[in-house]
Ligand binder design. Structure first.
Ligand code: FEO
Length: 392
């Protein structure tokens, strides 16, 4: 599908996908966007995930003979965008791959074959002829060190890979076809939260780099090509990237087999609230993992409560901890607690994991043998007060 005078969409859609790359849920599928740019010479921007190879090759062949493609630009090298690169290079070994130095390094390790490459730096250009010039704008950590943008002034079009994208499949190409605006915009926000929010200062740097460019469309690597919602999404990114660090707030996450760990959670909550600190408790069986993760990453301090079952903490707690934005932990206070019947190993295991992620972990796991006794309740209250001191 032609998007502009020199750019065609050659990506693939999967509207029924519900789990993306093992870790991220998508309610509305996704697309792997790839673009063909035609000047006198031809370039492809991004490839697609390798499972889609047959469909992708058909899309390319509908537009051009792969032997006539001279360049492939990868704005980011995660395999959802580099997955078909090896096959394309096998079909045409003369193709020169353009990317940042980090990208070219990654590609070598991904495709494990010799290939022609060109490392680009800020402002480097690739002239395809007929007035079509690709300009490269490295924009690291959006969301990998390899990331960059590619700009085509002649078509007023910018390519940003994951940046400004989302998992949403109509399956039309342009955002002017989006029928359910609320769902689409909520997925843009969800994508920002999941993928870009750990890199807010780089989001601001990226926005700064493109603020004076004249573009009317953005070809992302997932979701509809931005046109109608372009201004809004750029504005939203600016707002989301600059949301102030919130007031002190504590989130308590727990799972409770018989109500004892839950009781411990409510004692902690009562003490925190009594000291005027906004606190919310989450029974992990009552919230989606996305809701838990958002609350965990937004909280200024966190507690994790798990009973010990089979000498381990329970799965919902481990699952939540894996959603930590480690890059933003920066010694965030954390405490492990839980009721137990036999050995009570869960707390120590959780503490080890939290420490390895650079949380500032309360030095003692707060454990109760079955139902908190009067004495154990006092111990929880004391720990809660000391934990608040760590939060100052
Ligand atoms: Fe869509 Fe970071 O890959």
């Amino acid at each position: 599908m032609k998007l502009s005078e020199h750019v065609s969409f050659i990506g693939v859609h999967n509207s029924t996908m519900r789990i993306f790359d093992i870790i991220m849920r998508t309610g509305y599928g996704t697309s792997y966007n790839s673009y063909l740019v035609k000047g006198k010479e031809y370039a492809i921007i991004e490839t697609v995930q390798e499972n889609y190879l047959p469909e992708y090759l058909e899309k390319i062949e509908n537009e051009v003979d792969i032997k006539d493609v001279k360049y492939i630009v990868l704005n980011h090298t995660e395999p959802d965008h580099s997955g078909c690169l090896r096959k394309l290079l096998e079909m045409n070994p003369d193709i020169i791959v353009y990317g940042t130095s980090a990208a070219i390094r990654n590609i070598g390790a991904i495709i494990n074959m010799e290939f022609h490459s060109q490392v680009v730096r800020m402002g480097d250009k690739l002239d395809l002829g007929d007035g079509v010039v690709l300009e490269f704008i490295p924009a690291p950590n959006l969301h990998w060190p390899d990331s960059m943008f590619t700009y085509i002034a002649a078509d007023k079009m910018l390519f940003t890979c994951d940046f400004l994208g989302c998992h949403f499949c109509e399956p039309m190409v342009l955002d002017t076809h989006v029928k359910e605006e609320d769902k689409y915009l909520s997925e843009v926000k969800n994508y920002f939260e999941c993928i870009m929010s750990p890199f807010k200062k780089f989001v601001n740097a990226g926005l700064e780099k493109i603020k004076d460019l004249d573009f009317e469309m953005v070809g992302t690597s997932h979701g509809p090509v931005l046109k109608k919602y372009l201004k809004q999404v750029l504005e939203d990114y600016k707002v989301w990237a600059n949301e102030e660090k919130k007031e002190k707030n504590i989130a308590i996450f727990y799972v409770s087999a018989y109500g004892y760990t839950k009781r411990m959670a409510s004692i902690f909550e009562e003490v925190f609230e009594a000291h005027g600190v906004k606190t919310k408790s989450y029974d992990l069986l009552e919230y989606s993992l996305e809701e838990q993760a958002e609350a965990m990453n937004k909280a200024t301090a966190v507690l994790f409560g798990s009973p010990t079952i089979n000498r381990d903490a329970v799965l919902p707690v481990w699952d939540l901890i894996t959603k930590t934005e480690v890059i933003n932990v920066q010694h965030k206070p954390a405490l492990a607690f839980g009721s137990y019947g036999w050995g009570g190993e869960a707390c120590a295991m959780l503490m080890n994991r939290l420490e390895s992620m650079s949380y500032n972990v309360y030095p003692e796991g707060i454990r109760c043998h079955f139902n908190p006794s009067q004495e154990e309740e006092e111990k929880i209250r004391e720990a809660a007060v000391k934990f608040l001191e760590m939060c100052n």
